[in-house]
Structure formats: structure tokens, C-alpha cells
Write a protein that binds this ligand. Structure first.
Ligand SMILES: [Zn+2]
Length: 100
């Protein structure tokens, strides 16, 4: 995977394989709604904001990529979009359980 060369954010830790300081976080977006943008790397990072306000739902994958030895692994995947605008929702407290 060559995606990380000029894109993505630098990771703070070195690569676990080659221990070079060449690890990057690269974000990909996937989703039917995205059409031709599906599977693309989010670059520049501001593009994500546009996607979030344009599409209802898509999936984001954050992948750690070493540009030196090509090691990569999935850090996290999450759903984003207009329907999922809030990054961290509150836990509802007033949940009513139905009593019989
Ligand atoms: Zn490496």
C-alpha cells in the first residue's frame, strides 16, 4: 500500500516492524452514497467535513500505514455522515422501561 506517502497524519509512535518514524494514519471512506468517492483517501483532511455535511451515512476507516516497509493495519472503523453528526453522544438516562 503506497497511499500514505504524502497523505495522512503522522503517527506518534514508530513503526512496529521497521521501527522507522514513517508511520501515518490514513483515512478512507466507503459507502454506496459516496459513489465515485467511495474507497478514496480523505485528503486533504478538511474534505471529511464536506463529506459529513453532504452525505447521510458512510463508513470511515482509519488505517495505520508505514511508508517505509508498507506495513499497515486497521486502527478503527466508524460510521459518519449527517445522520451521525455527533462524535460522542450522551448516554440517555431517562430510558423508560415498560412496566406491566
Ligand atoms: Zn515500517
Amino acid at each position: 500500500m503506497r497511499a500514505g506517502k504524502n497523505i495522512g497524519e503522522d503517527a506518534e509512535q514508530p513503526c512496529p516492524i521497521c521501527s522507522h518514524d514513517s508511520l501515518k494514519f490514513v483515512r478512507y471512506v466507503y459507502g454506496d452514497e459516496l459513489k465515485r468517492n467511495s474507497g478514496r483517501v480523505v485528503y486533504p483532511p478538511e474534505w471529511l467535513r464536506e463529506l459529513v455535511t453532504t452525505y447521510d451515512q458512510f463508513t470511515c476507516y482509519v488505517v495505520e500505514v508505514c511508508v517505509d516497509c508498507a506495513w499497515n493495519h486497521l486502527v478503527k472503523a466508524y460510521v459518519a455522515g449527517r445522520r451521525h453528526r455527533r462524535p460522542s453522544g450522551r448516554v440517555g438516562e431517562d430510558r423508560r422501561s415498560s412496566r406491566t
